[in-house]
Design a protein around this ligand. Structure first.
Ligand code: 7PM
Length: 299
């Protein structure tokens, strides 16, 4: 009924989306407490990514921090100096697609030249030149919903109907992409958990993720360690692994095809349980459908 793209062509890699896939978050963040500074953060990101692939990550999302909520704006040169060495090293060493997490067209171009083959833009290609850059580069893109800007979005987000409004936004961005020459087969959408949303909005989006499947493109969900998990469990950032795996499982069950996570091994186990249970589900719907009358010749 809903024609969901079964796979994404990411450069030389075909990412099969028959089952939910794990996108590992690779942050390239200078650590102010480390003497190694910039070089050390690059090496740390590479090591983290190699481990994520060993643990079963299906793709890597390399980000230089500029797209985070409340992040200090990062210059183009600074962002490039963080992410490009990491992408170059990983492209030579791993056999999975590499996503660049950026909103800047210049970074998109340099990242794809360095070996990235997917663009993850939390600003949904709304920056000047971003649509054209993505169209020229020809790689799949993830369009994420955000209310406001990374600086303002946490100020008391309000929606009349969060599902309708987020879906309307994503519909418009899909249309903008198609008008710019980005084919639907190269588009992924993301409701943007935590980006200008309060707990009730995040819960409504997660509970009703299937509402976005109707748009006919794969859905990506990023809930890992987010404040919604903190609010629900009462736990600090590093203690949200179990809550995050539970939320990832619900996202997958509700139709998400790419799950963006910090904790690959834990998410993989959670998704393995889902796959096993789904494999045992009755195909004939005899238990799911509950007709009020049981006709004698139905089995
Ligand atoms: C601080 C707060 C640091 C929030 C980092 C974050 C998403 C994303 C991010 C997402 C897509 C995080 C976020 N979140 N890209 N980038 N979807 N497509 O938790 O939900 O990683 S940044």
């Amino acid at each position: 009924m809903f024609d969901t793209t079964p796979s994404l062509q990411c450069g030389k890699y075909t990412l099969n989306l028959d089952a939910p896939r794990i996108m590992a978050i690779i942050n390239v963040t200078p650590d102010s407490f480390s003497d190694g500074g910039h070089l050390a953060s690059v090496q740390q990101a590479i090591d983290f990514a190699l481990r994520a692939v060993e643990q079963g990550a299906h793709m890597l999302d390399v980000g230089g921090e500029s797209t985070r909520p409340n992040a200090r704006p990062v210059s183009i040169d600074e962002e490039l100096s963080r992410v490009i060495p990491v992408i170059e090293a990983l492209a030579a060493r791993v056999e999975v697609p590499i996503s660049i997490d950026t909103s800047k067209p210049q970074v998109m171009r340099a990242a794809v030249a360095a070996g990235a083959n997917f663009i993850n833009d939390v600003f949904a290609l709304r920056n000047d030149g971003a649509l054209d850059a993505a169209a020229e580069l020809g790689v799949p893109v993830c369009l994420m919903h955000m209310l406001g800007s990374p600086q303002t979005m946490q100020q008391d987000a309000h929606y009349d109907d969060v599902l309708v409004q987020v879906r309307q936004f994503l519909t418009e961005r899909i249309f903008a992409c198609e008008m710019s020459g980005i084919p639907k087969k190269n588009i992924v959408i993301d409701p943007g958990f935590g980006f200008g949303k309060q707990l009730e909005h995040n819960l409504a989006l997660l509970a009703n993720l299937e509402y976005f499947i109707q748009l006919g493109v794969p859905v990506l969900a990023g809930v890992s360690r987010k404040s919604m998990i903190g609010h629900i469990t009462g736990r600090a950032l590093e203690q949200r692994v179990v809550g995050s795996a539970a939320a990832a499982l619900i996202a997958a069950q509700n139709g998400a095809r790419i799950i963006r996570v910090h904790d690959v091994a834990e998410t993989k186990d959670a998704l393995a349980v889902l796959a096993a249970v789904q494999g045992a589900a009755r195909k004939d719907h005899s238990l799911k459908a509950k007709p009020s009358i049981q006709w004698p010749d139905e089995d």
